[in-house]
Design a protein around this ligand. Structure first.
Ligand code: WTA
Length: 658
């Protein structure tokens, strides 16, 4: 490090706020701070600005319908089609030859789909799906990695009005079956396999195993041949080769089905506090308007940009900000199949340079990994095409923020730290990059029109400088409408905590803790429920516990999150072996395998701690907080209310000994 650099590092380390560069402000999509007042004074009509970013087949009559709150409806009476908004209108408006998706395969192959190409592919696959018998409102499950056929299938479903339910490819066979069962989904689109670090991975065998546990009849399965000769599978009777199907329908036109604004666009299952994942329902009008609006206002996306969100489409971030938001705005969205360290740790920066990426959006866990690998990797590349950086999924520590700002953004790109959730559909709390000062570690103020507040346990707004619970006190267009087939759970999970139901005043509770400062900036502290956030991915401790308890030789288990340098949080499992079983390497291996089978490798415990007892209160409740403190190596809190306080020291000694 040169002396000059050392000086800069030291200055950055102390700097607590950053102004957006003038060069950015001058060209920003949104740069007038009057927008905050304008949205407040004109709420909910302000959301017409979001709806105006879309083309409607039929105009809506009402912006917000709240008769049946909290089952809100947005843009009621309006009709539109999401695939027409993401494709047809751009083709008609002269962007036929603009790249819509640029795909970078892990082995170095590339594919570019212009808006014209993408429409052609989507129509062919939409025709194929219809031919198989898929009808409007049938849920089609997509179990696919980061290959172009995934967004093609999503848009084909949207075109014919069939909601999709994407299951992250890293999830296990069991997880696939649970989601297909919950959604009663009779159609699956998957692939033979994909590449990871240069190796061909089998995916279809996992899909087939999952299909074996689907309780209803599955009509058809479509299999994309990603691996060619690298892997051969025999297809079962109801399984079709994607390429053959599409070839049979090439050149067909499929008129986009006009959907009601409130018709379901997709379902996305996310982890909750029970073992059963929650089927979050998003709609066509509100969701698409909201993702388009936030892509415009926060990500500053412009049609001529090359925009890269390095998430996986299997999670909400990929749905909203790789597929729907950017394509609705007619930009070029980059999709990368592989891992950031293959073939070398400069892969991301190589792709930024090669594609002249303007906007880059990723998770803090990735930034912490880049930081650990060192600056030599970004330094190898010219990253001057970048204009804006973003983060999502978990809190970002100021050190990682500053590293990102300096070494990736070259001190010239604003960073948006965006707080939101699967349920919110799009960003909720973040700075607007052309307007706000940035404070590393703090997401920012609520977006215009978003009434997010930090409250205490009684629901009273806390004073600046204090911590409490994050709430959202007015509805917004991108919000989930319900949990699929489970209105009661929707009410219980999100609305019962702080609403005054008699007064018909509804407060959404995202189950995050947060702090607010004197400028109204919100720092999100993390989940307050039994959900842990590993590398930006939500995992329910109950789901993991039930997988562990299902392992032979396990009597009882408690799973908590503990601090982790790269992942943010990691899974810690405290396990009581059954009588006659030894807690040792064999049982640990069986537990890890059980978790991978039930959920997937992302949920694999970082550490399995065997113990004869778990710390419990006198009423028999496991004291998870103490287990969390042990996992994070924090000072241990009060143990006097425990029935068995002595066990805490024993467990702590065991963990620290490891
Ligand atoms: C956490 C991902 C701090 C939070 C889009 C939330 C964050 C959960 C941030 C949702 C952020 C997301 N700062 N925490 N910028 N963004 N979170 O549903 O705990 O996978 O409730 O959606 O991630 O995770 P989900």
């Amino acid at each position: 490090m040169t002396r000059e650099n050392a000086g800069l590092e030291a200055r950055l380390a102390e700097q607590e706020s950053f102004e957006p560069p003038e060069s950015f402000v001058e060209q920003a999509n949104v740069a007038d701070e009057g927008i905050y007042d304008e949205f407040e004074e004109n709420w909910p009509a302000c959301w017409e600005q979001a709806a105006d970013l879309l083309d409607w087949d039929e105009p809506y009559d009402t912006v917000l319908e709240d008769d049946d709150a909290p089952f809100y409806e947005w843009f009621t009476g309006g009709r539109l089609n999401a695939s027409a908004n993401c494709l047809d209108r751009h083709v008609e408006n002269g962007a036929k030859n603009r790249a819509a998706i640029k795909w970078e395969g892990e082995l170095g192959e590339t594919r570019t789909y212009t808006y014209g190409d993408l429409l052609y592919e989507v129509e062919a696959f939409a025709a194929a799906l219809r031919d198989l018998g898929v009808e409007e409102d049938d849920v089609v499950t997509l179990y696919m990695p980061m290959i172009p056929e995934l967004p093609i299938a999503m848009l084909a479903c949207a075109r014919i009005g069939a909601p999709h339910s994407v299951v992250f490819a890293g999830f296990s066979a069991d997880a696939l079956a649970t989601r297909m069962n919950a959604a009663d989904s009779e159609y699956l689109v998957t692939c033979d396999g994909y590449y990871r670090r240069g190796d061909a991975l089998d995916h279809l065998s996992k899909a087939n195993e999952g299909l074996g546990d689907v309780e209803h009849e599955v009509e058809d399965v479509v299999v994309v041949d990603r691996l060619g000769d690298a892997m051969d599978h025999d297809l079962a009777g109801n399984q079709h080769d994607y390429g053959d199907l599409v070839d049979a329908h090439r050149g067909e036109t499929v008129d986009p089905v006009s959907r009601d604004a409130e018709d379901m666009l997709f379902l996305m299952y996310t982890s909750g506090t029970t073992g059963q994942p929650k089927g979050v329902k998003h709609t066509t009008g509100g969701y698409l308007a909201y993702t388009a609006w936030t892509s415009h206002a926060v990500l500053d996306v412009k049609p001529e940009d090359t925009y890269w969100c390095a998430a996986d489409i299997g999670w909400i971030t990929g749905h909203s900000y790789i597929v729907y938001g950017p394509l609705a705005l007619g930009t070029t969205t980059l999709m990368y199949e592989g891992t950031p360290d293959y073939p070398e740790k400069d892969r991301m920066w190589e792709l930024v340079e090669k594609n002249d990426v303007d906007i880059f959006y990723t998770a803090p866990t990735a930034i912490r990994a880049f930081m650990k690998w060192g600056t030599e990797y970004p330094d190898r590349h010219d990253l001057s095409s970048l204009r804006l950086l973003g983060t999502v999924g978990e809190p970002i520590n100021p050190r990682a923020w500053k590293w990102y700002y300096e070494h990736i953004g070259g001190g010239e790109c604003p960073i948006v730290d965006t707080w939101w959730q699967t349920e919110t559909g799009g960003m909720m709390v973040t700075t607007l990059p052309g307007i706000n000062t940035m404070k590393p570690g703090s997401a920012g103020p609520p977006l215009p029109g978003i009434d997010a507040r930090v409250v205490d346990a009684q629901g009273e707004t806390v004073e600046a400088g204090n911590a409490g619970y994050l709430t959202v006190q007015k509805p917004w267009p991108g919000m989930l409408r319900t949990l699929y087939n489970n209105d009661e759970r929707f009410l219980n999970e999100y609305w019962r905590e702080y609403s005054d139901e008699e007064a018909d005043e509804w407060v959404y509770f995202p189950e995050d803790g947060a702090k607010i400062d004197e400028d109204g900036f919100i720092t999100v502290l993390g989940r307050v429920d039994d959900v842990i956030n590993v590398s930006g991915h939500r995992l329910g401790t109950m789901e993991i516990e039930s997988a562990i308890v299902g392992t032979e030789g396990v009597a009882e288990a408690a799973v908590v999150g503990g601090d982790h340098e790269i992942k943010g949080e990691a899974v810690y499992a405290y396990v009581i072996p059954e009588d006659g079983y030894e807690g040792g390497d064999d049982l640990e291996a069986a537990i890890v395998e059980g978790v991978e089978d039930a959920i997937g490798p992302i949920a694999r415990p970082e550490e399995v701690v065997f113990t004869p007892e778990l710390p419990k209160t006198r009423s028999g409740k496991i004291m998870r907080r103490l287990l969390e403190d042990i996992a994070s190596d924090n000072e241990l809190g009060d143990t006097s209310t425990l029935r068995n306080p002595e066990i805490v020291d024993e467990i702590a000694a065991e963990v620290q000994g490891n």
